[in-house]
Design a protein around this ligand. Structure first.
Ligand SMILES: *Cc1c(COP(=O)(O)O)cnc(C)c1O
Length: 480
């Protein structure tokens, strides 16, 4: 019983047995998910595998306590243990990122961004205007109401990266609250190189004068110069907010240092905790002391009661990320992305920006294989490779079918994949996509959704992927 994996096996068996007695379908789904995670080549750039300690920290009675408020100032009695959990998580977050202030309550990345937006607004703007919200539900607000609300708030302006260029929904997209509550403009990337064009952003920011300049992305395969972004924000009189949801693990692991580390340059930094940072599903806000009180208004302004069990998971994952081994991991994530990109390039594929220097590779499947993202995503899934389709800049196939596939290395690197393994992954991807052809429509043109894969290729690729996965077991020793 001294082997931790063996102990965890026994613990999980006991838990699953209890669940089985109540709702067997859920016990089955839990086991099936572990099986699926183990047997798929997971290249989804936003996913990872949390450690057993982080997972077990979540499955506890810390979930059963209400603790609205902040550490030491709760609206409920008896919050001493949640105080401990939240303080420890915040202490690790501050130390790990060198941040003046850390707020670990947000339940997700979107929540973290809402907390951050509200913090910045309330720092600068009087808020009686929000009373107009009390009159109706938010769903009843028409464009004129939104315009009035924005006007009363001082018609605050937000500038972020466009979805199309790799930005996130929460950076001002029109179907997200960020696009409704702000007068919003987005910046793209250079049409020729696919790279961020700082001069163009500077020019746009000076013309538009946003209150908030957002930097950060979900699908951009390059690093950002945050010193330059801060310079632009200062010149335009904006607050620099960086959403490092995707690359927090590379910041934590000291791969992004100097001007590539957002924390010394942004007044407010938001992140998820479950992507490259490899923790439980959740969010976090880091801020300079100037914004600490504003960020603390997250609950109850935007968030309900904090999730004590999730904050425990965050504390454990953040403690893990402070170990030297996490720096080795983060460097390997970047090295593996480079190896994957090189492996694709040398087999003739086209990549957005021509390569990568973070954890993301954006494969142009239209240019490389004459497929839509939807077809490539499907063909890869049939071949045991899990990815997601993604728009590429100026995407000819639109946001639904897309022309790209986003690939990321945080998950496979957690399993111990090396640069050589990533070259083999590139080979399998190219093998599967070369054998895929779009199904012709009744008009005789290539369709956007359906495809066929050459005889036996999907099965052969799947078998090869499974063999590769067999060399790097997920949760070794955990026998479920
Ligand atoms: C994933 C992501 C989010 C949202 O995170 P959720 O936890 O899914 O809400 C926000 N911003 C960026 C840049 C992201 O990549």
């Amino acid at each position: 019983m001294s082997d931790p994996a063996a102990t965890a096996t026994v613990a999980y068996q006991a838990i699953l047995q209890l669940v089985q007695g109540v709702e067997p379908r859920i016990a089955e789904a839990i086991t099936a998910e572990l099986h699926d995670q183990r047997h798929s080549l997971k290249l989804i750039a936003s996913e990872n595998y949390a450690s057993l300690p982080a997972l077990l920290g979540m499955g506890t009675w810390l979930s059963d306590k209400y603790a609205e408020g902040t550490i030491g100032h709760r609206f409920y009695a008896g919050c001493q243990n949640i105080d401990t959990v939240e303080s420890v998580a915040a202490e690790h977050a501050r130390a790990l990122f060198g941040a003046e202030y850390a707020y670990v309550q947000p339940h997700s990345g979107i929540d973290a961004n809402l907390v951050a937006y509200w913090a910045i607004l309330s720092h600068f703007v009087e808020t009686p205007a929000l009373k107009t919200l009390g009159a109706k539900t938010v769903n009843d607000l028409d464009q004129a109401d939104w315009d009035k609300l924005r006007h009363d708030l001082g018609n605050q302006r937000l500038m972020g990266m466009s979805l199309d260029a790799g930005g996130h929904l929460t950076h001002g997209f029109r179907h997200n609250i960020s696009g409704k509550m702000f007068d919003q403009r987005s910046y793209g990337t250079d049409p020729l190189t696919g790279l961020i064009d700082y001069e163009a952003i500077r020019k746009q920011a000076l013309e538009f004068s946003p209150l908030i300049l957002v930097a950060g992305y979900s699908a951009y395969p390059r690093r950002i110069d945050f010193a330059k972004m801060r310079e632009i924000a200062d010149e335009a009189g904006a607050v620099l907010m960086v959403d490092m949801s995707h690359f927090a693990g590379l910041v934590a692991g000291k791969v992004f240092t100097g001007d590539e580390n957002p924390v010394p340059f942004a007044q407010v930094v938001t992140t998820t905790t479950h992507k490259s940072l490899r923790g439980p599903r959740g969010g976090m806000v880091l801020a300079t002391s100037e914004f600490a009180d504003d960020v603390d208004r997250g609950c109850p302004m935007v968030l309900g009661g904090p999730l004590g069990h999730m904050m425990a998971g965050k504390a454990i994952a953040l403690a893990e990320a402070r170990q030297p081994s996490f720096q080795t991991y983060a460097q390997q994530v970047a090295d593996n992305a480079k190896a994957l990109a090189d492996g694709l390039l040398k087999r003739g594929a086209t990549l957005v920006t021509g390569g990568t220097d973070n954890h993301i590779v954006l494969l142009d499947v239209a240019g490389s294989f004459g497929l839509t993202g939807r077809q490539a995503e499907g063909a890869l899934l049939d071949s045991g490779i899990v990815t997601n389709r993604n728009s590429i800049p100026h995407d000819p196939n639109g946001a639904w079918y897309t022309s790209g596939i986003r690939l990321g290395t945080p998950a496979l690197t957690t399993r111990g994949f090396s640069a050589d393994d990533m070259d083999r992954v590139a080979e399998l991807i190219v093998q599967a996509l070369r054998a895929t052809t779009p199904t012709t429509t009744s008009q005789g043109t290539p369709g956007k959704a359906k495809y066929t894969i050459g005889d036996g290729v999907a099965d052969a690729t799947k078998a090869a992927a499974d063999e590769l996965l067999g060399h790097h077991p997920l949760y070794p020793g955990l026998e479920l």
